[in-house]
Design a protein around this ligand. Structure first.
Ligand code: ADP
Ligand code: ZN
Length: 607
């Protein structure tokens, strides 16, 4: 049997296992079953790929998404691993060929869709196949509690009955308690050892900014921190995805929309380009993302609120799967809470469901407005405590100042009260600032006691106050016009029984600093290094295009980055770079050395 560390180095080109990986690999090689809970990008694949190579026989991987199988198989083949897929994308003859190879033990790994696996025919093939292990990827699909229930997954219990001596791993990044127990129950994994990694994604930097011309804010983020990167921008509506994509294109960034209103062919084409190109931005509704396994998404931006903390974690989790620095950035404003409340109210859901959704929204709003470390708030929501602030979120990097807003809140709340609780924030601010708009005069609001009592503050500051009062639940947003109504929670503040501290919104101009942050994040000290990196990317793109595979399948960003920093100049040195195993050294070594040994690498910016 081959030693797992040797496999890790020779095949994958990695120096060491991460966190739980070694324990899991050894446990499975020893024949044990395992339940593996690991966040996205944690490195789940190696947990079954290494044991499948170490043990005799074929490793069978059950995976729900046919679209992803091809990439995984392509990536393994690049590493010199004998991998294949069996699913409905193959012709009968092709499937037959794979089945024969399987039975002959000529494959290391076979990816198969659950519905195929459970057919009597395929099970018969398996009976005749020397088996190394079963890996059940995206195991939460077995659970009704999970967000992605696949009834076919229920049938996988048959594996244990038919092949009791073959080790099984169930792997997922979704791990709330009910789902976890359901997986164990449904797949009969009671005896399995559990390997639970935390939810934290330390390489993701969380930032929430007050919305103030969000398209421009987004453009500034991309221009300063991600000029050559892939990213996902989430918007609530189809129209908006089109607008924003158009806007980004006008400003020199390649961006494509993605939403349910596009026909299937266009959607597939946009998704395919996103996977194959390495600096494309997708502007999408939440319809986009499921099954996007692209490791080098450098930013996920929300121009509208996600539905819940779970959704936020999942959507932002699509950034930085490769472990390199990535941004989760959100612009959030006064209107967003109203829009989301409206959404919930207008849905067909039963009342209990609506109450639940309102509560979920409350939690999310509290996250947006927090003055604490965002990572701590996020992880606490998933039941994880951490002792220290993270140092890699906006509130850690630029501690939020708070101010005593008791009097301002009293003015803001009583202004809503004096005008009968049927107006939205912008009108209330007009009243506070003493602006005699047509509407103010028409309703006689220049005669109410709160008229002109707020001139000590700017309009922006009042917007900030209203936004936070809504987020804290002191004011409720009603109806389509966003009118503000007092809740019971407002009374103690109005009566002066409760002090109220609010966050001071940070100033928005940070371009210079952002640029520096980008350089630090990329760890490049010189222009030469940035240029070398771009030249390596261009080489990678060219090689990927020739084979019609995504660039990261050739080498991922981490590998190119290490090449840039270490600048190996011969094959021996290149072999020491993380991600360069024997097969890739042979296949690509010379091509990359040409770039690395060139005197003046010039990035053509097209990589
Ligand atoms: P998951 O399936 O958990 O989302 P993957 O298995 O796709 O994560 O791994 C995420 C990334 O981390 C991949 O680019 C993978 O090559 C890399 N990776 C995983 N384990 C290691 C390791 N031990 N050393 C270096 N890179 C690793
Ligand atoms: Zn933090």
């Amino acid at each position: 049997m081959r030693d797992p560390s040797e496999i890790l180095s020779e095949v994958f080109g990695y120096e060491s296992f991460r966190d739980n990986q070694r324990a899991i690999v050894e446990h499975v090689i020893g024949g044990g079953d395992a339940l593996v809970l690991m966040p996205t990008g944690g490195g789940k694949s190696l947990c079954y790929q290494v044991p499948a190579l170490a043990r005799a026989g074929v490793g069978v991987v059950v995976s729900p998404l046919i679209a992803l199988m091809k990439d995984q198989v392509d990536a393994l083949r690049q590493l010199g691993v004998r991998a294949a897929q069996v699913n409905s994308s193959l012709s009968a003859a092709e499937a037959y060929a794979v089945e024969q190879q399987m039975r002959a033990g000529e494959l290391d790994l076979v990816y198969v869709a659950p519905e195929r696996l459970c057919t009597p025919r395929f099970l018969q093939h398996l009976e005749a196949t020397p088996l190394a292990l079963f890996a059940i990827d995206e195991a939460h699909c077995v659970s009704q509690w999970g967000h992605d229930f696949r009834p076919e997954y229920r049938q996988l219990a048959v594996l244990h009955e038919r092949f009791p001596s073959v080790p099984r791993l169930a792997l997922t990044a979704t791990a709330d308690e009910p789902t976890r127990e359901d997986i164990v129950e449904q797949l009969d994994l009671r005896e399995a050892e559990r390997f639970v990694s935390g939810f934290d994604r330390p390489n993701i930097r969380y930032t929430v900014v007050p919305k103030d011309n969000p398209k421009k804010q987004l453009l500034r983020l991309i221009d300063t921190e991600h000029p050559n990167d892939s990213g996902i921008v989430y918007c609530l509506s189809r129209n908006r995805t089109e607008q924003v994509a158009g806007f980004l294109n006008e400003h020199g960034h390649d961006a494509l929309p993605y939403h349910a209103g596009l026909d299937g062919a266009t959607r597939d084409e946009h998704q395919r380009r996103f996977l194959l190109e390495d600096r494309l931005i997708i502007v999408a509704t939440i319809a986009f993302g499921m099954g996007i396994d692209k490791p080098d998404v450098r930013f996920v931006a929300h121009l509208d609120l996600p539905k819940s903390m779970e959704a936020y974690y999942q959507e932002t989790g699509r950034a930085g799967r490769d472990g390199l620095p990535a941004n989760a950035w959100m612009a959030y404003g006064l209107q967003d809470a109203a829009t989301m409340r409206n959404f919930i109210e207008r849905s067909e859901a039963p009342d209990a469901q609506k109450r639940l959704e309102h509560r979920k929204l409350d939690t999310l709003l509290a996250y947006c407005e927090t003055t604490r470390c965002r990572r701590r708030v996020l992880l606490e929501y998933f039941g994880e405590q951490r002792d220290e602030p993270c140092g890699n979120c906006d509130t850690c990097l630029r501690p939020v100042e708070t101010w005593d807003a008791t009097v301002a809140a009293q003015k803001a709340i009583s202004c809503a009260y004096r005008t009968d609780q049927v107006f939205g924030a912008s009108h209330l601010i007009d009243v506070l600032l003493g602006v005699e708009t047509e509407k103010v005069l028409r309703f006689g609001h220049h005669r109410v006691s709160t008229f002109n009592i707020g001139t000590e503050m700017t309009r922006k500051s009042w917007q900030s106050v209203y936004r936070q009062l809504i987020a804290m639940g002191l004011l409720a947003v009603d109806g389509e016009h966003g009118s503000l109504r007092l809740t019971a929670k407002a009374m103690p503040v109005l009566r002066g029984e409760r002090e109220l501290m609010l966050r001071k919104d940070p100033k928005l101009k940070r371009e210079r600093k952002a640029k520096k942050a980008r350089r630090e994040a990329m760890r490049f000290e010189s222009v030469e290094q940035s240029e070398l990196y771009e030249a390596l990317r261009a080489k990678r793109s060219a090689l990927a295009k020739e084979q019609d595979v995504p660039p990261y399948i050739v080498f991922n960003d981490a590998t190119l980055m290490e090449m840039t920093l270490e600048r190996p100049r011969d094959l021996g040195a290149l072999r020491h770079i993380t991600g360069v195993g024997e097969a890739k050294l042979e296949r690509y070594g010379e091509a990359f050395l040409e770039v690395l040994c060139g005197d003046a690498p010039v990035g053509d910016g097209a990589g």
